[in-house]
Design a protein around this ligand. Structure first.
Ligand code: HEC
Length: 160
């Protein structure tokens, strides 16, 4: 063979060898990654942390869910007048203002009058009696159902 050609051939073989060697390294790295992820981690450090999961969406309570006679979405007792109270009394504020208050029928009437005089609450018409009956029945000042008063604390005098 012409020595010139011989040299070209040698060169080509050397290139090919390097190419094969490089491919082998790539395959080896891939294999280590697949078969021995722990070792791979030692070599290349831990996988980057996943992005924090999205904050959970607030739970949406179905408006039709009623558990133990309580309309879950509002916390109101379901009984005669519930529909009217729900339609009227939740128009401006949270049901908590209703469910966390206790009053006699008269007390509720005064609150309604106060809202009518100062907060633009409309005339409740024939619904008023139904609403007052409902409120007086379920949100009456019932001591038994409430937390007993805290014992009178002992007061100390702080000296300075
Ligand atoms: C037109 C709007 C509106 C409607 C409808 C409405 N309220 Fe109110 N209500 C208010 C406002 C305003 C306040 C004061 C809120 C505050 O202080 O944050 C209030 C306060 C209250 C309070 C708290 C009173 C207190 O002394 O702290 C209660 C209890 C209440 N409402 C019950 C009811 C009931 C029962 C109904 C249905 C009959 C009703 N509201 C309907 C506007 C309304």
């Amino acid at each position: 063979m012409d020595p010139k050609n011989r040299e070209h051939l040698d060169q080509a073989v050397r290139h090919l060898n390097r190419l094969v060697a490089a491919s082998l390294v790539i395959v080896a790295v891939a294999l280590v990654n697949i078969m021995a992820p722990d070792t791979a981690e030692k070599w290349w450090g831990p996988e980057p942390e996943m992005a924090a999961p999205m904050a959970e969406a607030p739970e949406v309570v179905s408006d039709t869910l009623i558990v133990d006679g309580i309309h879950v979405a509002s916390g109101l007792v379901v009984d005669d007048g519930f529909i009217q109270v729900k339609a009227t009394c939740l128009a401006c504020h949270s049901a908590k203002l209703v469910t966390q208050n206790r009053a006699t029928r008269d007390g509720w009437k005064k609150m309604i009058r106060w809202m009518q005089e100062t907060q633009n609450l409309w005339d409740l018409g024939t619904n008023e009696d139904l609403i007052l009956d409902y409120l007086a029945k379920h949100y009456a000042p019932d001591e038994a159902g409430r937390r007993p008063n805290l014992p009178t604390p002992t007061w100390y005098v702080l000296e300075d």
